[in-house]
Design a protein around this ligand. Structure first.
Ligand code: CP3
Length: 353
């Protein structure tokens, strides 16, 4: 929490995107017990169990709620399902202005109550050990799945909508922004102590469309949350994968921290945001396939690139892959803890007479 606010810390904090997931055998076991992935998300006690699993193994500095960004379009009636090996799918994709205007704005407590209950269950299970991060997808990233009907290679259907029917696209994104504000506000009230917005597909847009259709709506969410008392105090991290060239714009939204993928070195990222926000990242997830000695060298490089002082939250540049050996995660976390203290040489506090 101090690093998010760029206040002094003794060492660089570390957590991993997708830290609870298939690379952990104990996760696979609980998912089996739940039946499938969405059943696991809908069971607050089991969601809390898997949220805490990585903390039992590794000395991590944060927990992230176990859930998914696609719970939101599911609650809007799109019918989410997972086809084995093919990722997420929607039974009722949103393809035209008529379908957009018919979309309801879900109530977080009624329609997504299981997420609020999972947040509360995680907070209670954590008992103050580390802070809990809540999250949402960005309106643009959610819209890509809603319009394409699932994952996509080149995003041709939803990008065509931006060019051909910009007004309809804006109505969809405005509805999603309103939904996400209420959803994240609900997570804060249920106990989330920091928030992250995943804009996984912002980087597929050209700079003009990125500002107009992705960044503008993330900015609206930040302002909407800031307008409430708790929202003012809860740090918000924005992460646009592939957004390295746009870091100064992202930093201007009023967020507290910006996620950086591995294609932008942290020294360049830090100069680009001019120390106005904290930075989260940015080890290439593929480094974790390498030997522990290589992992240590690459961790060292990331820490050195960020440089001295607070405001760095160590993470991967995107989610961990399902085939990473847990020992390699251990090597990464240990390296961050062992190698980062010299970067936080805080002047000794003078004793009061
Ligand atoms: O980071 C965390 O540990 C918190 C939990 C979390 C999950 N998904 C769990 C999950 C978070 C924050 C997400 C976000 C998410 N979901 C994003 C944005 C971040 C990113 O990774 O880019 C996106 C695009 C999704 C949509 C989604 N959900 C995809 C593409 C998939 C993968 C499908 C597959 O088969 O690989 C999911 C499923 C999913 N979400 C899993 C997990 C642990 C795997 C489900 C399983 O098989 O157990």
């Amino acid at each position: 929490m101090r690093a998010l606010r760029r206040q002094p810390v003794d060492r660089t904090p570390v957590w991993l995107m997708r830290q609870a997931g298939r690379y952990l055998p104990e996760y696979r076991q609980v998912r089996e017990q739940a039946g499938d992935f969405m059943a696991l998300c809908r069971n607050p006690e089991l969601a809390a169990t898997v949220t805490l699993q990585p903390l039992e193994r590794f000395d991590l500095d944060a927990a992230i709620l176990f859930s998914d960004i696609l719970t939101v379009p599911d609650a809007m009636g799109l019918g989410l399902y997972f086809e084995t090996g093919e990722g997420p799918r929607f039974r009722h994709p949103v393809r035209d202005a008529h379908a957009i205007d018919a979309l309801p704005i879900p109530d977080p407590h009624q329609d997504l109550g299981y997420v609020m209950d999972a947040v509360a269950a995680c907070r209670s299970a954590l008992a103050g050990r580390v802070p809990l991060i809540g999250f949402s997808g960005s309106p643009w990233t959610l819209a890509t799945y809603m319009v394409e009907g699932g994952s996509s290679k080149n995003f041709s259907v939803c990008k065509a909508m931006l060019y051909d029917q910009p007004q309809a696209a804006h109505r969809l994104l405005a509805k999603l922004a309103e939904t996400v504000i209420a959803y994240l506000q609900g997570q804060i009230e249920a106990g989330a102590q920091a928030l992250m917005i995943f804009d996984t597909w912002g980087g597929v847009l050209d700079p003009i469309r990125y500002r107009e259709f992705s960044l503008a709506y993330m900015e609206r969410i930040v302002s909407g949350l800031r307008a409430t008392e708790q929202g003012r105090e809860t740090p918000i991290t924005l992460f646009t994968k592939g957004g390295g060239d746009w870091l100064p714009w992202i930093a201007e939204t009023g967020c507290d921290a910006v996620g950086v993928d591995w294609t932008t070195p942290l020294d360049r990222a830090r100069a680009a945001v001019n120390d106005r926000v904290a930075l989260q990242g940015n080890l290439d997830p593929c480094v974790l396939h390498a030997q522990p000695a290589v992992i240590r060298t690459e961790v060292d490089r990331c820490l050195r690139e960020y440089g001295n002082g607070s405001g760095h939250i160590f993470n991967l540049g995107h989610g961990i892959h399902p085939d990473i050996p847990p020992d390699h995660v251990q090597a990464m976390v240990q390296a961050v803890h062992e190698l980062s203290p010299p970067y936080h040489d805080v002047p000794a506090r003078t004793a009061t007479p």
